[in-house]
Ligand binder design. Structure first.
Ligand SMILES: [Mn+2]
Length: 354
């Protein structure tokens, strides 16, 4: 496996230099000892207070990943540091440069880990690329001294201080997630739920926002079981990794406030159905969830950067203009450019999701 690390963090070194400069007149041995102690102290401090966020992106998602990252930084307190890992399923070096240029490196470390062709043996449907399964590799790929990580899809915008999500106590749960707004129960999303003895009314989660308890995943090696489940050719595999995780980890996760993954639908009628389902579950709170989400997740194939009349495109462009793609718009020429190859292609890549 090739590990392509682009580690741009220099925050630690700066802190150490500042602290040591006044001691220049003292002997070298004393300085070196002090440096060692400081390094240990700063390292421990880092682990506790820096938020770790993981994205998975191929080249189609290079721009959206930069937009999502900027949306996080926009709402974090200015002194809150972020440690970003991008599992890179084939981003070009030009786009890697643009992603790095988009991010305020004084507040954020950026690490790229190449994951191209890691899970090639999983059967794919027309709607998913292999990269959709890469979130299962997070506990294994991230440095072993990290205990927690927030996984985010890159078809979403963070509109709230993410440290609030980071600080939620996970207890012994393997992860935190939000119930799926469309497929709300196990019986709707898992065909073989009886085989696994799962109560049919148990909540089914959406895998776009996940807070991972990395230690739990590593000690049980549950990721291998999930990947094995996905490898088996099945008559019906409804929703890829989301189905596999809902099946094998059904009683190992804790439900979050739905504002942390407000699943938005593009069509007016579909969005109304979405709201109706929310009202059924959350009553009066549903309006607040819909209007004031902490994370807005564009769950359908028509993403704001791919659909001319997307109702949220203004909000999306507001964050896009904070990136190196500033000024980019899905205009009539891009509509044509996108549609032409699809007319000739048998299996259009642009329809696929991560
Ligand atoms: Mn998504």
């Amino acid at each position: 496996m090739e590990n392509r690390w682009v580690n741009l963090g220099n925050m630690r070194q700066n802190t150490i230099c500042k602290a040591v400069l006044p001691l220049n007149s003292l002997c070298r041995l004393f300085q070196e000892t002090l440096l060692k102690v400081l390094k240990v102290m700063i390292h421990n401090h880092d682990n506790e207070n820096i938020i770790t966020v993981v994205f998975v992106a191929d080249n189609n998602y290079a721009m959206p990943v930069a937009v999502t990252a900027c949306s996080i930084l926009k709402h974090l307190p200015p002194d809150q540091k972020l440690n970003l890992y991008i599992l890179d399923a084939g981003i070009t070096s030009k786009n890697i440069e643009k992603i790095i240029k988009s991010i305020d490196l004084s507040r954020c470390e950026v690490n790229f880990i190449s994951t191209k062709a890691q899970l090639t043996e999983i059967p794919l449907s027309d709607h998913f690329t292999e990269a959709i399964f890469h979130r299962l590799l997070i506990p294994q790929l991230l440095p072993q001294d990290l205990h927690k990580a927030i996984y985010l899809d890159c078809d979403l915008l963070v509109l709230k201080d993410l440290s609030m999500l980071w600080n939620i106590d996970m207890g012994d749960n393997y992860f935190l997630a939000v119930q799926d707004f469309t497929i709300r129960t196990i019986s709707k999303g898992v065909k073989d739920y009886q085989l696994f003895e799962i109560p049919p009314d148990h909540s089914y989660f959406n895998s776009g926002v996940l807070v991972f308890n990395l230690d739990k995943w590593r000690e049980s090696d549950i990721a291998t079981s999930v990947i094995d489940y996905l490898r088996k050719p099945r008559e019906v595999q409804l929703f890829g990794n989301q189905e596999a995780m809902n099946t094998l980890l059904w009683n190992k996760w804790q439900e979050l406030d739905p504002k942390w993954n407000r699943q938005f639908k593009t069509g007016l009628e579909e969005e109304q159905e979405n709201i109706d389902a929310l009202t059924e579950r959350y009553g009066d709170y549903s309006e607040d969830i819909a209007k004031n989400p902490y994370i807005i997740h564009f769950i359908q194939d028509t993403k704001p950067w791919q659909y001319y009349r997307h109702p949220m495109k203004k909000l999306f462009y507001e964050y896009l203009d904070m990136t190196a793609w500033s000024g980019w718009r899905y205009d009539v020429w891009k509509v044509l450019l996108r549609k032409l190859p699809r007319i000739f292609a048998k299996n259009p890549q642009s329809k696929k999701n991560i």
